[in-house]
Every structure is written in structure tokens, then in C-alpha cells.
Write a protein that binds this ligand. Sequence first.
Ligand code: IMP
Ligand code: MG
Length: 174
Amino acid sequence: MLDKIQNLFSDTQIQQRVADLGRQISSDYAGRSLVLVSVLRGSIFFTTDLARHIRLPLAMDFLSISSYGEGSEGVVRITKDLEENIAGKDVLLVEDIVDTGFTLKYLLRSLQSRTPASLEVCTLLDRKARRIIEIDLKYVGFEIPDKFVVGYGLDYKQQFRNLPYIGVIQPDKI
Ligand code: IMP
Ligand code: MG
């Protein structure tokens, strides 16, 4: 099965890029503290690696969502909410991949209503080809082609999250 996955970004490439992002975030937010909000489950590996490259006072919180309908155009719902109050805090939302943008639009609206001091997005992957909702992504790990990807947190039917690399999978061949 794993031989059907075509390597896109190696473990080393990912770690180097995550370190770059951590340095950039540390310098952009210098003198402040940050709340990393991770969207379960896809961004868990990215968030924990990224956090270790950020040299700032930092809190981490998690939320979980479910979306109905293919392509997340249906209803997005928070199934597990943040534990902490983010009012007045500098918040960085950490996502695995932004595709159509529907999920992110919903999340940003929900978080913005809690009046954080600032709210920005850091996504590991950006698949611009399928974007429907335009959203400003402050930090992007990699732009990717219009292919379904797995690994480093990303799943296909809950499998492959544990791969240390990111690869392209053709779901009809699995
Ligand atoms: P959007 O709402 O269309 O932007 O979808 C974003 C969500 O769909 C991501 O947070 C992922 O959970 C999921 N997703 C989109 N593309 C992929 C992919 O290629 N692999 C795994 N999950 C994906
Ligand atoms: Mg996700």
C-alpha cells in the first residue's frame, strides 16, 4: 500500500521548512506571547514540531471539527472547543492544509468573535488550485499541486497520518 504513495516532501524538507517558519514567527512576534491553536487531528504533528522552533512564551490549545458533505462545502461544526479564553491574546491558528477555504473561514469567524488581540493563520500546506474562499494566510509551509496528499498528520480515511513524509496518494488505487 505504501508503495502507492509518491513522495512529495521528505522528512528532512519538512523539518527544515518548519524550523524556518518557527524562526520567522519568533521574530514577527518578538516581545509578545502567543497562543497556538491547533486544529485536530491533521495539524497535530505540525503543531508540536512548530512549537519547538518558536522561541517565545507560548500556550497551546486544541479544537476539533467535523464537516459534513464532500469538499467541506457543507456544515462545519466544532466538536471539541478550546479550553482557554483567547480574548486579548495573540492567536496563531495552525492548520494542516487549506483547500477550498471553507473550514478556515468558519474557524476564523468563530475565533474572531472571541476578540483575540490578533489572529493569524499558519498552514503547513496550501492547495491554491481549489480555493473558493479567499483568505489571507500569513505563514505557509509549502504550496502543493492539485493532488490528494497524506502523511505528517494528513490522512486518507484515518490512515497514513504517521508517515514522517508527505506523499501523493491516488485514492482509487488504494
Ligand atoms: P477546506 O475546507 O476545503 O479548505 O478543507 C480543508 C480540510 O480538508 C483540511 O483541514 C483537511 O482536513 C482536509 N483535506 C483537504 N485536502 C486534503 C488532502 O489532500 N489530504 C488530507 N486531508 C485533506
Ligand atoms: Mg484539517
